[in-house]
Design a binder for this molecule. Structure first.
Ligand code: PLP
Length: 454
C-alpha cells in the first residue's frame, strides 16, 4: 500500500477538531461508587485535564519519574481508574451474592446493582429499552458469537450471504467462517482501498441477496472509521440485518444505536475503563425476542422438563450460569466516569492527539516511518507504525525498554495484514489519559530504534 506523505497528512488533517473547540458541559453529579476521586471534577472544561485524569489511574500514577509508564496499548485493553477498582471492591465488601436467586438483603442489593449496570449501559448507547435489549456477555467476541450461533443457525441456510469487511478483527470474521464451514453460507468481503478506507465501489453488488452485514465501527489496526450509516442503510435496503462491532469505537466516541441504524452492537468493558470479563450485546428487542438461547444452563430458563425447556425472557435467556456481577458493577462505574468527562470531549481529545502524533512523528522521522492511518480527521486514535527494514517486534522491544507500551503483532486481523502486505505492525493506541508528552516520548524512542537498527 502507498505510504502517506507529510504533505498529504497536512492536507487531510486541515479540519481536525481540537479539544478546545469541542466544549461540552455534561457536568454530571455521578461519582464512582467507591467514592475515591471525582470524575466529575473534570467536567465542564473544554479540553481534558490529562494530568488530573492520570492521577485517577493507579498504574499510571504509581510509577516514579524513572519508571514512567507511557501506556499506548489501550486498543488492546485500557487501564482502570480508581473509581472502577473501588466500585468493584466495595461491591465485594458489602453487597455480594448471586443474582436473580435470593430474597435476602445482600441478594436484593446484588440484583439491584447488576440491573442498574444494565440500565446505565443501555442508556450510554441510546437503547430505547435497556432492560430487555442489553445482554451481558464475556466480551465482544462472545457477543458476536452469540449472534452467529443463535440468530445465524436459526436464520441462515446454505448459500445465504453474510458480508464483512477486509479490516475486521478475527472476532468478526471467524464466527462467519465457522458458519461457512458448518452451514454452507457464503462470506463476501468489502475490500480496503489503498487509502486505508473501505472501498465501497461494489457495495450494492456485494449486498445483493445478503442476510447480514457485520462491520466494525473502527479498525483496531488503522483507526479507520467507516461510513457505517451509509453501509447500514444500503444493507437494510437490500434486506439484510446489520451487526456493528463497537469494540474500538464505543470507548472513544458518543455512540447511539438509533443514529448508527444497526440491529446488533457488540462491545467490551475492558477497552472502556471497565474490568475484563464483561462485554455487551445490544440487539433490537423484537430480534432478540425471536432468537433461541445461545448456551443452556441455570438462569436462562423459565421451565425445564426432561422432554424440553421453556427459555426465559430476554435478556436473561442469553445469560446462562452465574453472570459477571462485580464486572457489571465495574462497567457501570466506568460508564459513569466516561460520562462525567463527556464522550464528545473524549472524542475530540482522541482526534487532536492523533493529529499531533501523525504530525510529530512524520516531522521527526520523515521517510523513516510509515504510518498506516487514513487521512480522515475523524479516524480513531490508533496508528500502525513501521520503520522500514526493522521488525515490529524489535521496535516494540526498544520502546518497551523506554517504558513505552505498544503492541506488535497481527492484532488479530490476519486478512488485513495480508492486504497491507505485512506480517505485523507496531501499533500505538491512545486514550483519554494520554497527552502530547506521551507522543513525544514515543517519538524519542522511535528515533532511538531507527538509529539502533539503521
Ligand atoms: C475491533 C475489535 N473487535 C473485537 C475485538 C474483540 O474484543 P474482545 O477480545 O474483548 O472480545 C477487538 C479486540 O481487540 C477489536 O479490536
Amino acid at each position: 500500500m502507498a505510504a502517506m506523505t507529510p504533505a498529504s497528512w497536512a492536507a487531510g488533517w486541515g479540519g481536525a477538531d481540537t479539544p478546545g473547540t469541542a466544549a461540552t458541559d455534561r457536568a454530571s453529579g455521578a461519582t464512582g461508587r467507591g467514592g475515591a476521586g471525582r470524575p466529575d471534577a473534570h467536567a465542564g472544561r473544554d479540553s481534558l485535564d490529562t494530568d488530573h485524569i492520570k492521577s485517577d489511574f493507579p498504574v499510571l500514577a504509581a510509577a516514579g519519574d524513572g519508571d514512567r509508564i507511557v501506556y499506548l496499548d489501550s486498543a488492546s485493553s485500557s487501564q482502570k481508574p480508581r473509581q472502577v477498582i473501588d466500585a468493584m471492591s466495595t461491591y465485594y465488601e458489602s453487597s455480594h451474592a448471586n443474582v436473580h436467586r435470593g430474597l435476602y438483603r445482600l441478594a436484593s442489593e446484588a440484583d439491584r446493582l447488576y440491573e442498574e449496570a444494565r440500565t446505565l449501559t443501555g442508556r450510554f448507547i441510546g437503547a430505547t429499552d435497556p432492560e430487555r435489549e442489553v445482554v451481558f456477555t464475556k466480551n465482544s467476541t462472545e457477543s458476536i458469537n452469540l449472534v452467529s450461533f443463535s440468530w445465524g443457525y436459526q436464520n441462515l441456510q446454505p448459500g445465504d450471504v453474510v458480508v464483512a469487511t477486509e479490516m475486521e478483527h478475527h472476532a468478526n470474521i471467524v464466527p462467519w467462517i465457522n458458519l461457512h464451514e458448518s452451514r454452507g453460507i457464503e462470506l463476501r468481503i468489502i475490500p480496503l482501498g489503498d487509502d486505508y478506507e473501505l472501498d465501497l465501489t461494489s457495495l450494492d453488488e456485494l449486498l445483493d441477496g445478503a442476510k447480514l452485514v457485520a462491520c466494525t465501527l473502527m479498525s483496531n489496526v488503522l483507526g479507520t472509521v467507516p461510513p457505517f450509516r451509509r453501509i447500514a442503510d444500503a444493507a437494510h435496503a437490500a434486506g439484510a440485518l446489520v451487526l456493528a462491532d463497537g469494540a474500538q469505537l464505543v470507548p472513544h466516541s458518543p455512540v447511539d444505536v438509533r443514529d448508527l441504524g444497526c440491529d446488533f452492537l457488540a462491545f467490551s468493558g475492558h477497552k472502556m475503563l471497565g474490568p475484563t470479563g464483561i462485554g455487551v450485546l445490544w440487539g433490537r428487542a423484537e430480534l432478540l425476542d425471536s432468537m433461541p438461547p445461545f448456551m443452556g444452563g441455570g438462569g436462562m430458563i423459565r421451565d425445564v422438563r426432561f422432554e424440553g425447556i421453556v427459555p426465559a425472557d430476554i435478556p436473561t435467556r442469553f445469560e446462562a450460569g452465574t453472570p459477571p456481577i462485580a464486572e457489571a458493577v465495574g462497567l457501570g462505574a466506568a460508564i459513569r466516569y466516561l460520562e462525567a468527562l463527556g464522550m464528545d470531549r473524549i472524542q475530540a481529545h482522541g482526534r487532536a492527539l492523533t493529529e499531533y502524533a501523525v504530525s510529530a512523528l512524520t516531522a521527526r522521522l520523515g521517510a523513516g516511518i510509515e504510518i498506516m492511518h487514513p487521512l480522515d480527521p475523524e479516524a480513531g486514535a490508533v496508528l500502525s507504525l513501521a520503520l522500514p527494514g526493522v521488525h515490529p517486534h524489535d521496535v516494540a522491544q526498544v520502546l518497551a525498554d523506554s517504558g513505552i507500551c505498544v503492541r506488535a503483532g497481527h492484532h488479530c486481523a490476519k486478512p488485513l495484514m495480508r492486504r497491507l502486505g505485512v506480517g505485523a505492525t507496531a501499533r500505538a493506541s491512545m486514550y483519554l489519559y494520554n497527552d502530547e508528552s506521551d507522543i513525544d516520548a514515543l517519538g524519542d524512542a522511535l528515533e532511538r530504534a531507527a538509529k539502533l537498527f539503521g
